[in-house]
Design a binder for this molecule. Structure first.
Ligand code: ADP
Ligand code: MG
Length: 225
């Protein structure tokens, strides 16, 4: 079965005059185990597409299905459960909570679902070790480097075993060495956790780490050949 099925998705934003068409009739099917980059210049609609796939925005037309289920008809509570089960997001900025420790930040997504706390803590500690930060469990975000903060964000995105790991310019605020390391880490964890990884980036270097590259061009998604 296809784990992610994007069918004929279009997106336009209302403006004062002509509607702004950002995505035109996009269809793509991806499965757990796949890792892909979505390339395109700034303003080409990469974030818009990733947000629609991640249920943070809705398409103007078309559908998105994750494991056969469409999220856009769900009520708020069902949608929250759907996100928790299927989606881990990594943004350009880490969005960690400044007053919480590394361990507490990674555990935040488990609070809503009430996953048994000892299991969740063991899983968080394991992920933190795998992102190379086991000696930073009690640090606050301000006590970490930029690369380290993004590693914590990756661990947090994976804590609930999501079907999809979605990363929007995850290395955009990092220097080249750290950017490369985060790219490698995303791939390594995608393999270990057997998830579907979609990385939106304008960095060819990051995109070249992925096994498939797609490009948004004039609102359409094409394989980069
Ligand atoms: P990218 O991530 O590739 O840089 P975005 O998906 O953020 O591009 O944006 C694509 C286009 O859609 C841009 O021209 C942007 O100005 C426009 N856009 C994005 N979000 C909105 C919105 N909520 N309302 C109106 N226009 C938007
Ligand atoms: Mg963007």
């Amino acid at each position: 079965m296809t784990d992610l099925q994007v069918s004929n998705v279009s997106k336009e934003f209302a403006t004062r005059d002509e509607p702004l068409v950002v995505l035109r009739d996009i269809s793509v099917e991806l499965s757990v185990g796949d890792n892909v980059a979505i390339l395109g210049p700034s303003g080409s609609g990469k974030s818009t597409l990733l947000h629609i796939i991640g249920t943070l925005d809705t398409p103007s037309s078309g559908s998105v299905k994750v494991k056969g289920h469409g999220p856009f008809q769900l009520n708020e509570r069902q949608l929250a459960a759907f996100r928790n089960e299927n989606i881990g997001f990594v943004f350009q900025e880490h969005h960690l909570l400044p007053q919480l420790s590394v361990l507490e930040n990674v555990l935040v997504p488990t609070i809503a679902t009430g996953s048994s706390s000892s299991n969740a803590t063991a899983r968080a500690q394991d992920l933190i070790e795998r992102v190379g930060l086991s000696d930073r469990l009690d640090h606050r975000p301000a006590e970490l480097s930029g690369g380290e903060r993004q590693r914590v964000a990756v661990a947090r995105a994976l804590i609930q075993n999501p079907t999809m790991l979605l990363a929007d310019e995850p290395t955009g605020s990092l220097d080249r060495t750290n950017a490369h390391a985060i790219g490698k880490l995303l791939l390594e964890l995608q393999h270990q956790e057997n998830t579907l990884l979609i990385v939106v980036t304008h960095s060819l270097e990051l995109a070249n780490l992925m096994s498939r590259r797609l490009e948004l061009d004039d609102g359409q998604l094409k394989d980069v050949t």
